[in-house]
Design a protein around this ligand. Sequence first.
Ligand SMILES: [Zn+2]
Length: 392
Amino acid sequence: MIATITYRPNAQKTPGLFDLLLTREVLLDICQLVTGQSQYRVIRDLSSYNKGRLLYVEYNGVINYVSLSEANIGGRNSSLQSVPTAINLFYEDHRLNKRLCYYFISHIGNAFTDYHLFVYRLLMTAGVEFLNIDRYYHTPVLPYKNVDELIIDRRDNQTSNSSNNSSYVSKSRDKIQIYAKTFGASKYESTLLAIAISHIADRPIDLFNICEQDLKSLPQSSLNTIDSLGNISVLNTSLFLDKRAYFDSGKTELRSASYLYNLFNRLGAKRCALCGCEIPEIIQGAHIWGVSQISKSTEFDDDTKFGHAVSGHNGLWLCSNHHKLFDSNIILFDNDGCVRIKDDLVTDDVAFIRSTTFRSSLDAHVLSDEFRGYLQRRNETIDLTHTQKLAM
Ligand SMILES: [Zn+2]
């Protein structure tokens, strides 16, 4: 039996690019890796340009999609943006016997930065087979076994890159949340995150489309793929919709994915500011200047109030225990972010707080000027005189 390799030679901006990349050696190599034999014929499809850096190998009743790496590995966004397109095209193909593969053509530049490796792991988790990664990278790269492993890896990656404005993954007791940035290159990453997580999720997934200025959602092809996975609900969220819900509630409630997204953006992954707990199920976004306090203010118009309610500076990550202690004003912060406790607590309660609280003041990265401003507003309504510094 002989394999049929089909590809579109023209790239959108570079006519004939894939004729140059797909030399006889490369085609033979791909044929051998995909089919285990060396016989193939080639069809050059000139009907349109190449999307997803793809070629197709048909053999023995199976259609194999092969997505090619870049020859010149540049920034992380440019070197990986064809991948979600390849995945979407793969999902649009309704043939039953299909397989999606990734092939490294010989390249210059570093294709194995921490971020690239993260994306390869996502691809593997999404079911993509890497045909020849072991020739270029000598440590095994493995798919994620579960969402916790992915969240931890993501967190480490984001700390090292301090990459703002990307997408975030979290978990509650009964759901997984993806806060998906839909703008620019992030939309590719959001799509890939969703597909990978869908394959390992042990509970339903909510994907929040974080729409910005122009209410952009994820591209339709990505939404179709996500829809076909069957375990992801896509929820559009925007400041416009959040604002309407906020006013409908009489300005006392804020259930806003945008607020959590803004906290992620400012503070990074969920981690209790007082004990360091990182179990996503029990870490919450805690308002500093509370939503009902804001609504009582006579100083601002409604739009400005809403802006304060969703500001990423107006909050902290706290575990549910510390959140309750903070909301009950049993644990407080002075205007410099030092931790204080009520001074009429019984000895056992003080001992309990001491044994579970490992910070005597907030970290510097939390204490932005805006954050201090919110703290001041909170403290205007609290009597700090009957409190004491939390001695460690
Ligand atoms: Zn805590």
